[in-house]
Design a protein around this ligand. Sequence first.
Ligand SMILES: Nc1ncnc2c1ncn2[C@@H]1O[C@H](COP(=O)(O)OP(=O)(O)OP(=O)(O)O)[C@@H](O)[C@H]1O
Length: 992
Amino acid sequence: MESTPGRLQARKSTSRYANSPSSSTTSSSKQFPEASVDNLSSPASSARSKPQCFYSPSLIPSSEKSKENVTVTVRFRPLSRREIRRGEEIAWYADGETILRNEETPSIAYAYDRVFGPTTTTRHVYDIAAQHVVSGAMEGVTGTIFAYGVTSSGKTHTMHGDQRSPGIIPLSVKDAFSIIQETPNHAFLLRVSYLEIYNEVVNDLLNPAGQNLRIREDTQGAFVEGIKEEVVLSPAHVLSLIAAGEEHRHVGSTNFNLLSSRSHTIFTLTIESSPCGENGEDGAVNFSQLNLVDLAGSESSKAETIGVRRKEGSYINKSLLTLGTVISKLTDGNASHIPYRDSKLTRLLQSSLSGHGRVSLICTVTPSSSNSEETHNTLKFAHRAKHIEIQAAQNKIVDEKSLIKKYQNEIRSLKEELEQLKGGILTVPQLKHSGGDDIVILKQKLEDGEVKLKSRLEQGEEVKEALLSRIQRLTKLILVSNKPSHASRFSHRPLRRGHSFGEEELAYLPHRRRDLSLDEENIKLYVSLDGNVETNKGALNEDKKIKKSGLLNWLKLRKRDNLSGALTSTSDKSSGAKSISPLSTPPPGNHNPPIESIHSHSLPTECTSAESLLEPKQDQQIDEDNSLSQETPLTSMKTIDQIDLLREQQKVLSGEVAVHLNTLKQLSDEAARDTRKEFLNVEITRLNDEIKRKNEQISLLESKITDSVTSSSHKIEEVEKSQSFYELEAQLNEKSFELEVKTTENLVIQEQLNQKINECEGLQETITSLKKLLSDAQREPQTQFAKTEETKEVLLRQAQAYEIEELKQKVTELTESREQLEARNRKLADDSSYAKGLASAAAVELTALSEEVAKLMNHNERLTAELAATPKHSPTPRKTTGPAKNGRNTKAKEQSPTQMELKRELASSREREMSYEAIISKKDKRETELQQRLDESKQREAYLENELANMWVMVAKLKKSQGAETEPSESSKESQRVDGWDLISCRSPRGL
Ligand SMILES: Nc1ncnc2c1ncn2[C@@H]1O[C@H](COP(=O)(O)OP(=O)(O)OP(=O)(O)O)[C@@H](O)[C@H]1O
């Protein structure tokens, strides 16, 4: 639908460019199909959370705030030779001035503030996408311009450019100085800083020592701690600093870009401006920053990088991803948290993105089909960014925060000091009308006055010179227009300023970069290195060489800075947290011919250029004049300083002449009244002579001034004529630079050589000592043999000591087992004595029993005998009947209990006898057993004692043999004693 572009053009930011000339075209003569743009982005931004304010309460924001959107433009680069050779198709194309469309699916289209075709010049891009940000910054509205796109899409080409086509940065710088020139009655102070973010580390590109700097925050927002800020005086000065900074930037080759930026860079121009002139100096100071950002390119997986490049690529992608997230959150009304802190890039861009300054995003894309997807991503990013809403406001700063005010105040007080000094010198005693008697006193006073005047003049001369030069230096830091005040750019702003660069300025820009991406040959070159994309030193060196001519000039000037020693960098802490080096600017005239055009050299007020001493020549805008930009600046500024000094001297002399004339007049009056006073005539004559002499001096100074002016103009002419000389000089410098490089390389090689020589010497020494050792060894074989014997002996002794130790252990063990056996023996002896006791008791009992048995047997025998006698006197019990029977029975009855008793007794005694016998036999058995064991123990004890004795004998033998061997050695004896094994004591405790 056509409505969307219409809507876009109706936007404030777009409409301002509606009439601007456009060279934007679609690629080649291709006919692009009409397409609907249903999905074109709408710029309407929804309400979003208020971002953090960049400016502190000390800064008074202008009441006039207007809402606007980020300016988003897209720039196509032409297809590279390589892409053409590969036969790549056009995937995206510019459909008119604001629409970009997909070739394959024409319904996919995006609208932006402007779409630049591949043939659009950077200058045109500047006019559309950057100029309003730069002029805003010069008026106090902070601005940021950044280039975004995939690798090799043309970001660096757009931001830095080359000599043939200067980029946004040089064009902005040039424009900033032109604006100063076009803004009379305003004083400006510009300072720059330049940093890179490489692998999430912030490095100061203006100060190689400033590595890994910290980002801090104060009430004004995020800032880089310790970054160098340099006060700048001219476009050439700024470009020289950028060129020097670029030397330190991380650049490497990838398979897409020979000189791919591996870091994001932020170039910041800090601008302070204040009205000056009749009543201007009391006004508030405008403070703003212009950030020019060259982002590193996002890398797709196609990049196939390895090693360092891959690491760099992942850091780059991560920070760009965070940038994308921040941008989408900024445009999302519901987002409560915006992750600025997730990357250093977004932290530093926070104040720019959060909506208090103008932002211009230039998205660079390639039309090629191979990059279609990446291009689409860039377009989506740009589409999101378009929705960021900003409220740009002019910022004013209070006096104490302003560096320009500080300098202006210092200049004012220095001038007052100078005036006082002059006044002090010129004050002479005023002649009052006095009577004739006072004439002598008057004469005396006059003479005194003359003497004092002379000495003061002499003393004050040096101080005056110092004051003057300080005033001049400070004045030079403050940039003012030398145009008449009615030519204010605010009232008559020209539609377009001239951007022509002087030779010197161009020298700081790189030559034309290699055309687009790598050609096949180059790829081969790269692939051959480390199999992938190692840095091609040759190619990089070539590019560095290209830059060198610019850099050489810069270095040359730097050297001059040092040589002249006039000014050194001093960081100005009072002006803010950041280190500023206002006086690190070059000494008067250093490499800044163009600045002469915008400097006022008048001393009374630093803003009135009408009094410029070197008018009209110095009034010309030298930066547009190539010949002037070739002038040797130091000489030029010296001349200006000299002229200033001569004029000052002239003024002092004129003052003195005036005093003399006054005195002369009074004396003449006096002489006319009283003609008798001869001495008055003499004095008059003397004064006349003096006046004449001083007038001569004045005319001499006048002629000197004229000469200086003429000679300076002659010099300019000479410079014009000697362009070739400078070229030669540049070549010479280049050669000397190369020579210096070679010398340095030589020195390094020399150092390495010395190191190697030292190493060699060390090795030589080792060899010598080894040789010496060898020869010593050969020369003293016997010593060696003795040494071997000694070693053997030591080993033997060690073995013996070890054996002794073992034997000692054995002895201990044996002693222990002997003690155990002894204990057992004792126990056995106890047992045996107990058994003996038992046996003797049993024997006693046995004897008693035997006796009893014997008694019983005797009794038994008697009874048996009695029994045998009994049948003769009494019938047999069988034959006995009746009373006989009864008689016999009674007798039997009388005898049988006794017999029975006896029998029972006999049986029991027999039983007892038998049990006693059993016990006795048991005891005997036990006794035999014990006896056997006792015998065994005794045998074992005897055996052990025998063994022990053998061992003692062995030990004694060993000791003896050892003693014999080591008899001379007291130490071994000592060791024996120490061991506690004196041979005398080496006997068995039993005397074995
Ligand atoms: N608009 C253009 N016209 C002509 N040549 C261009 C244009 N844009 C880019 N180029 C060329 O394309 C090549 C790559 O461009 P450049 O180095 O600027 O890309 P880049 O986006 O900065 O890449 P990287 O992110 O890798 O640093 C360069 O040789 C450059 O001269």
